[in-house]
Design a protein around this ligand. Sequence first.
Ligand code: KMH
Ligand code: ZN
Length: 276
Amino acid sequence: MAGTLITVAPTGAETSKEDCPALPVTLEELVETAQRCEAAGAGMIHVHIRDDDHRPTLDLGRLRETVAALREETDLVVQLSTGGAVTDGFEERLRVLDARPESCSLTMGTVNFGDEIFSNPWPFIVELYQRSQELGVVPEFELFDLGHVAALHRLLDRYGLPAGGQVHCDLVMGVPGGMPGDAATLVAAVQALPGAVTSWSATGIGRTALPVALAALSCGGHLRVGMEDTLKLAKGTPVTHNAQLVERAAALATLAQRPPMRPAEVRALLNLPPRR
Ligand code: KMH
Ligand code: ZN
């Protein structure tokens, strides 16, 4: 295990610009964020976009424009969210792949999500997976709970390997309603992963960010950080730019003697074609 993949998730769908002016919501803000985060050590970007009123949207034209701009201005692997917001419909979420990102998120089951429900029924998972295989989009399996790990076994057993043949997943820990963000749970989830998994990262929501990152590094995992998941560096210290979270992750990864992977190394890890 030579390096650490740091994925930045800079925006998400849950936080409003009014509540958090530092959140990147316009295309210009997103590109500036991506550039600074790439310089700080990120290798992949997990993207949610917003409309002119800064509300979450899955508008296909905007998604295409976003993929094009990020490809033009950065080397980062671009991963579009197919989770969107809890209010988004299945058809819209499936259509995200038509924007032809290199990677997409693919959540492996329904989960209580605070006061809401993040709905991912099995037939939707299968349709999204098969579409990703047809289009050659490399999925990142999002695992919010141990049941999602079991569902990943079932998916791979029944429908085979993803595009590219590598299996990358992300443990999303500490969502109210999902698995808790602590070391014991991370170890249990990692031990339960299918043998076909070739790489995994972990992210801890809110105050679980640091314990999850430290546990992931000590277990050989990669890291996802960003304002989608964490709005404070410490109690009373708000994040003012996503690059701060990437810098912190890069420092931890370097301390662990697994420094940040550059985008070309991330493409090799995920068996994506080289870019430039
Ligand atoms: N916004 C959450 C409801 C994903 O991006 O795939 C879903 C989410 C997962 O963020
Ligand atoms: Zn997301």
